[in-house]
Design a binder for this molecule. Structure first.
Ligand code: ADP
Ligand code: MG
Length: 990
C-alpha cells in the first residue's frame, strides 16, 4: 500500500468512528449528483457503511433522514432549534486519546505556571514596550506634542558646520560638472520663481506651490531651500523631508537630485522607503521618503523635531496617507511655529488645498508646454483605417448600455458634420470601440512611426498586464527592431537600474517607446516625449460600503488625468496626444478623481489615528479635506473591534498596537503574528506576502489546462490556494538558491511570475524583520530553525489562515459541477475560476475560508482554503458554549454551530480560554515562544486539537520535493502581473 493510500485508509477509519454528520441525507444526495468524481466516491463508500444493503436512490436519502431524526431524538434535540440558521448543525467530536492528551498538556501548562515566577521578571525591553503602549492608550496628541517639544532637536545651529557647508557649496560651484547641471537647472520654469518662493516661505509657515508637471517642483524647490540656507550660513539648521506617494518616485527623484548636486546618495541627499534606505546626513540635507515613512517618523517624534521643512509633494493625487498627513500637520504647526510646510501639487484644483490651510499663499509656476494637438478615437480610426473585429463577442451589458446611451446618439452629429468617412461612423457603432484594443494601439504606434517626425512615444495603459501584452505584441510584429526602437515598460515595480535607462536620450535614429501606468502622469517626467497615446482608462479600487466589498476595475479617467497625460507631449516641442475614446465619451468624464480615503476601507487609517493618539476616529476624520462617510468609519471600527484590535470603547488593544506597526491590512497582520507565535513562519509569511501583494500565478488562455495541472501539483492535495502559494514560494526559493536561471525555469514550468516571486521573497524577509524587531521572533531570518518548528504542519497552517481571515468563512451549499457556497452576509457566492478549489469537484469540508471577495458578474471568492471543523472552532476564539440536556452546543457565530459531547465542549472551552490568556499576555510582553514552558504546552494542546481533526477529513499531509527541471524548458520570463499603480493604499507603497 502506498503511503498516500495508507494515510487515506487511516483517515477513513478514524472518520467513521469520530466524525458524524448531523444530516446524512444531504451529503448522500450530493455524492450521488457527483458520483463520477473520485473523491466523492470515497465519501460515498465511507458513508454507506452501516446502511441496509439494497437501498437505492431516494430510499437511501429517506433512510438517512430517519436515522438522523432518530439520533437527534436520542440527543434530546428538537428539530426546529437545530435548523434555526438553515444550516444543519454538525456534530463535533474528538477521539478520547486526543481529548486526554489535550487535557494533560493543559494540566502541565497550569503546573508550569505555578512553578515559575516569570510574571515578576519582566525584561527591560518588555517594560519599555508596556510603557510605550500605555502612553499611547492613555495619551493624546496635544500632550505628546508638548512633550516632544521639550526634547532636543538634532538641528542645532553650529557655526563650524555652517562654514564648512558654505565652503563646500562654493567649491562645487567651480566644478564643471556642477555648472553643466546648473545650466540645465536655470532653464527650468521653477528657477524664475526661486527668490519669490524663498521670500514667501520666510514670511509664512505654510505655502502651496502648484505648477505644470516637469516645471521643477520636486527636484528644485528642496534644493533652493537648502542652498539658500547654506549660502546664508545657517545650513546646519536645515533638514528637509520631502514625501512622495510612490516608492519609485522617492528613489528616482533622490538619485536625480544627488546627480544634480554632483554627489552620491548619502551625503546631502538621501531616501527612505519601506524596503530600502540610503540616509543623508542629519543636517544640511534633503530626505525623500514615502508618506508612510513620514507617518512612522511621527510615532516616535510627533513634532518632527528633527526636520526644519516638510514638503508634501503630489498632494493633488489625494491618496489616503497624504490626506492624513495634511490633517495632522495642521495640529503640529500650531506647536512648532518654526516648522515650515510646503505643499506641492500639479495644477489641479489647488485653491482647495490653500483654503484647507487657512488660505495659505499660493505660488503658481507657469509651465512652458508647447502646443499639443489632440486626436480622438474618431480621428484615429480615420488615420489608421483600423477595423474592429466583427466576430460577435459577448460584451458586458453595462458596456453596451453605456455605448448605446453615449456614443450612438453622438453619431448623427458626426455624420452631419461630414468630416469622417462612413466606415469610421460604422466602426463607432460597434460597442467594442469602448474597450482597450492593443491591436489598434499597435497600429497607431506604427502610424506615428511611419508618418511623423522623431520624438519619443508615451503610451498610458491601466495595468501591468496590458503593458506586458503590448510589449509582446510590438515585439511579435517584427516592425520594431531593437536597432531602431527602444521599448520600455514603466510601472511601480521596475527595478531602479531599469528606471534610469528610461530617462536617457536614445542614440540618433532610435525612437523611444514607453508603455506606462499612470505613474508617468505626474510623478515621473520623461523629457523627450512628443507623442502621447492615452487609452483613457485606469484601474481604481473602490469600496462598496453597502456590500462591504472592495472592487478593482478599470474606469474612465477624469478630465484632470486627461489633461496631465496630454501635457506630457509638449515638453520639448509641439506635441500630439492621441486619445482612444471619442469626444462624446469625454463629455461624460468627471472633473477630478475621488480621493482614495473615500473609496477604500478605513481600517488602517483608523489604526494610524489610534497609534498617533489622535482621539476618536470619527472626530479626526471629520477634519480631513474630504471626510469619509460615517458608515465607512463605523464599518472599519467594528471590524477592528471584531479582530480585537480595538476594545469596545475604541481604544487600541495590545494586538491593535502590533497590527498598526505592520504595513499590511489587519487580517494579514494577524496571520503574521499568529505564525510567529506558533513557529511556522516560512509558509505563513509566504502566504501573507501573496495576500498583501499579489498572486504569483498567471494563466495564459492558450495553456489553461497545463497551467491548472501544474498549479495542482503545488497544491499538495490540500484544497487550498494559500498552501499552493506557500509551496510555490518554497520551491522558488529552493530553485533560486541554486541559480537565477534555475528559478526562471521553475517559474516558466509552473506558470509563475519570476518578478512577483522575487518581490514576495523580499516581503517575507521583511515580515521576519518586523517580527524580530517587535520581539516576537528570536531571529530576523525567516528561515531560522526555531521560527519554523511547525512549518510542516499543514493543518496548523490552514487553521492559522482561517483564524486570520475570520470571519471570512463561506459554507458549501451544493457541489454540482462547481461548488456553490454562501456567506451569512452575501448569500450565494462562487469560487473564482482561478482558485485551485474550482477544479476540485467535491470539497472535503463544508467550510471554506477566503481573503478576498469581489463582485463582478457574481460575488467571487478569489482565494480559498477548505477548513475543518476544528480549524473553524479555533478561528472563532470567542465561541459560546451552552449546555443542553445531554450535549453541549457550541455557537461560533450565527450560522456556525456545533453539537458535541459535554466533555468535548469543556475541552474546547478550556483551550480557548488558555489561548486567549496566552495571547493577551504575549501581546503585552512580546517575546519568542518558550516551548518548554506553560505557553508552549498550551500551544501544543492546540496543535494536537487541530492536527487530529484534520486527518478526520482525509486530507493527506505531504511535502513535495523539487523536481529536477529540464534545461531545455522555455527561459522566457513570462510576467502576467496585474499591478495597479493607482491604488496607493496597497502594501508596497510605504
Ligand atoms: P515636477 O516635480 O514639477 O513635475 P521635476 O522636479 O520632477 O518636476 O522635474 C523637473 C525636470 O527635471 C524635468 O522636466 C526633467 O527634465 C528633469 N528630470 C527630472 N527627473 C529626471 C531624471 N531622473 N533624469 C533626468 N532628468 C530628470
Ligand atoms: Mg514632481
Amino acid at each position: 500500500m502506498s503511503k498516500k493510500n495508507r494515510q487515506g485508509h487511516r483517515a477513513h477509519r478514524q472518520r467513521s468512528v469520530d466524525f458524524d454528520y448531523e444530516d446524512f441525507s444531504v451529503q448522500e444526495k450530493r455524492n450521488q449528483e457527483d458520483s463520477n468524481n473520485h473523491s466523492s466516491q470515497k465519501n460515498f463508500q465511507r458513508k454507506s457503511q452501516g446502511r441496509p444493503p439494497g437501498l437505492k436512490g431516494k430510499a437511501i436519502g429517506l433512510y438517512y433522514r430517519d436515522l438522523s431524526r432518530k439520533k437527534k431524538e436520542e440527543r434530546g434535540e428538537n428539530q426546529s432549534s437545530s435548523r434555526s440558521s438553515g444550516q444543519d448543525r454538525r456534530f463535533f467530536s474528538l477521539p478520547d486519546s486526543t481529548d486526554q492528551t489535550i487535557r494533560r498538556l493543559l494540566m502541565e501548562a497550569l503546573e508550569a505556571t505555578k512553578s515559575s515566577s516569570d510574571g515578576d521578571n519582566l525584561s527591560m525591553q518588555n517594560r519599555q514596550f508596556r510603557k510605550k503602549f500605555f502612553e499611547i492608550v492613555s495619551g493624546n496628541i496635544q500632550d505628546s506634542l508638548e512633550w516632544a517639544m521639550r526634547m532636543n532637536s538634532v538641528l542645532v545651529n553650529n557655526d563650524t558646520l555652517n562654514n564648512r557647508l558654505k565652503k563646500e557649496l562654493e567649491a562645487k560651484k567651480e566644478e564643471r560638472a556642477y555648472q553643466q547641471m546648473m545650466t540645465f537647472r536655470y532653464k527650468l520654469p521653477a528657477y524664475k520663481q526661486r527668490n519669490e518662493i524663498i521670500k514667501l516661505m520666510e514670511k509664512h509657515q505654510v505655502i502651496l506651490i502648484s505648477g505644470e508637471t516637469g516645471c521643477g517642483k520636486t527636484t528644485q524647490v528642496c534644493q533652493y531651500i537648502l542652498d539658500d540656507a547654506i549660502e546664508k550660513g545657517i545650513g546646519s539648521t536645515v533638514k528637509i523631508v520631502c514625501t512622495q506617494p510612490r516608492r519609485i518616485s522617492a528613489t528616482s527623484v533622490a538619485e536625480r537630485v544627488a546627480a544634480e548636486r554632483i554627489e552620491n546618495l548619502g551625503d546631502s541627499v538621501g531616501y527612505q522607503i519601506r524596503l530600502e534606505k540610503a540616509l543623508c546626513r542629519d543636517y544640511g540635507s534633503i530626505l525623500f521618503c514615502t508618506t508612510g515613512v513620514l507617518l512612522r517618523f511621527m510615532q516616535s517624534d510627533p513634532a518632527l523635531r528633527d526636520y526644519s521643512h516638510i514638503i508634501l509633494d503630489e498632494i493633488h493625487e489625494r491618496n489616503s496617507e497624504t490626506d492624513f498627513i495634511m490633517t495632522i500637520l495642521k495640529q503640529v504647526i500650531h506647536k512648532r511655529s518654526d516648522l515650515k510646510v510646503i505643499l506641492m501639487s500639479a495644477t489641479l484644483n489647488e485653491k482647495r488645498f490653500s483654503e484647507y490651510y487657512g488660505d495659505c499663499p499660493l505660488i503658481h509656476i507657469p509651465g512652458f508646454t508647447y502646443e499639443v494637438t489632440e486626436y480622438y478615437l474618431e480621428d484615429i480610426l480615420k488615420l489608421t483605417k483600423f477595423r474592429f473585429d466583427t466576430a460577435k463577442k459577448v460584451l458586458p451589458t453595462d458596456l453596451t448600455t453605456s455605448h448605446a446611451k453615449v456614443i450612438l446618439p453622438s453619431l448623427d452629429k458626426l455624420i452631419r458634420e461630414g468630416n469622417y468617412p462612413t466606415y469610421v461612423v460604422h466602426e463607432l457603432r460597434n460597442p467594442m470601440v469602448e474597450l482597450i484594443n492593443l491591436e489598434l494601439i499597435r497600429n497607431l504606434i506604427e502610424y506615428i512611426c511611419n508618418n511623423k517626425g522623431p520624438g519619443a512615444i508615451l503610451v498610458f495603459l491601466p495595468g501591468l498586464r496590458d503593458i506586458t501584452q503590448l510589449c509582446e505584441l510590438l515585439e511579435e510584429s517584427g516592425h520594431f527592431p531593437s536597432n531602431k526602437f527602444d521599448v520600455y515598460p514603466l510601472h511601480s515595480q521596475l527595478p531602479t537600474a531599469d528606471q534610469k535607462m528610461i530617462f536617457n536620450p536614445p542614440p540618433v535614429g532610435v525612437r523611444k517607446i514607453i508603455i506606462a501606468t499612470s505613474i508617468a502622469e505626474t510623478s515621473i517626467t520623461i523629457e523627450d516625449v512628443v507623442y502621447v497615446i492615452d487609452c483613457g482608462q485606469m484601474k481604481l479600487s473602490r469600496f462598496d460600503i453597502g456590500l462591504s466589498l472592495e472592487m478593482l476595475k478599470p474606469e474612465w479617467e477624469t478630465l484632470a488625468n486627461a489633461k496631465q497625460r496630454r501635457g506630457r507631449a509638449g515638453r520639448v516641442q509641439p506635441g500630439e496626444c492621441y486619445r482612444l475614446y471619442t469626444r462624446a465619451r469625454e463629455a461624460t468624464f468627471d472633473e477630478y478623481q475621488t480621493p482614495e480615503m473615500i473609496r477604500t476601507p478605513l481600517e488602517r487609517v483608523v489604526l494610524q489615528i489610534k497609534l498617533l493618539q489622535l482621539g476618536r476616529a470619527d472626530v479626526f476624520l471629520a477634519n480631513v479635506l474630504d471626510p469619509p462617510e460615517e458608515k465607512a468609519i463605523k464599518l472599519a471600527i467594528d471590524l477592528l473591534i471584531d479582530t480585537n484590535a480595538l476594545d469596545e470603547d475604541e481604544n487600541l488593544t495590545p494586538l491593535g498596537y502590533h497590527l498598526a506597526q505592520l504595513p499590511v491590512d489587519v487580517k494579514t497582520g494577524k496571520m503574521i503574528l499568529w505564525a510567529s507565535i506558533f513557529s511556522c513562519v516560512e509558509p505563513v509569511f509566504a502566504i501573507a506576502a501573496c495576500l498583501s501583494y499579489k498572486d504569483p500565478f498567471y494563466c495564459p488562455r492558450s495553456q489553461k489546462e497545463e497551467a491548472n495541472k501544474m498549479k495542482k501539483i503545488l497544491g499538495l492535495d490540500q484544497y487550498s490556494d494559500h498552501i499552493t502559494f506557500a509551496e510555490a514560494l518554497r520551491l522558488f526559493e529552493k530553485a533560486r538558491r541554486k541559480s537565477r536561471k534555475n528559478a526562471r525555469l521553475f517559474c516558466s514550468k509552473y506558470f509563475l511570475s519570476f518578478n512577483t516571486l522575487e518581490l514576495l521573497l523580499k516581503m517575507k524577509k521583511e515580515f521576519a524583520m518586523y517580527m524580530y524587531d517587535m520581539q516576537f521572533l528570536k531571529s530576523a531570518n525567516p528561515r531560522d530553525k526555531e521560527s519554523n518548528i511547525n512549518s510542516r504542519n499543514l493543518s496548523l497552517i490552514k487553521a492559522i489562515i482561517c483564524a486570520a481571515l475570520c470571519p471570512n468563512v463561506a459554507i458549501v451549499q451544493k457541489q454540482a459541477r462547481f461548488p456553490i457556497l454562501a456567506t451569512p452576509e452575501d448569500g450565494t457566492v462562487k469560487i473564482h475560476p482561478k482558485s485551485i478549489n474550482m477544479e476540485a469537484k467535491a470539497l472535503p469540508t463544508p467550510y471554506v475560508t477566503f481573503f478576498e471577495k469581489k463582485k463582478s458578474t457574481a460575488i467571487y471568492l478569489h482565494d480559498t482554503t477548505c477548513v475543518t471543523d476544528a480549524a473553524l472552532i479555533f478561528a472563532f476564539s470567542n465561541g459560546q458554549l451552552k449546555k443542553l440536556e445531554k450535549r453541549s452546543l457550541l455557537t461560533l457565530r450565527q450560522g456556525f454551530e456545533f453539537l458535541c459531547k459535554q466533555s468535548v465542549g469543556e475541552t474546547v472551552k478550556r483551550l480557548q480560554e488558555n489561548f486567549n490568556e496566552l495571547l493577551a499576555e504575549k501581546f503585552l510582553n512580546p517575546n519568542s515562544i518558550n516551548w518548554n514552558s506553560s505557553e508552549g504546552f498550551v500551544l501544543l494542546a492546540i496543535i494536537e486539537f487541530l492536527s487530529v481533526a484534520d486527518t478526520n477529513v482525509g486530507i493527506t499531509s505531504k511535502r513535495l520535493e523539487l523536481e529536477s527541471i529540464s534545461e531545455d524548458d522555455d527561459d522566457d520570463d513570462k510576467d502576467d502581473d496585474d499591478d495597479d499603480d493607482n491604488t496607493s493604499g496597497s502594501l508596497v507603497i510605504v
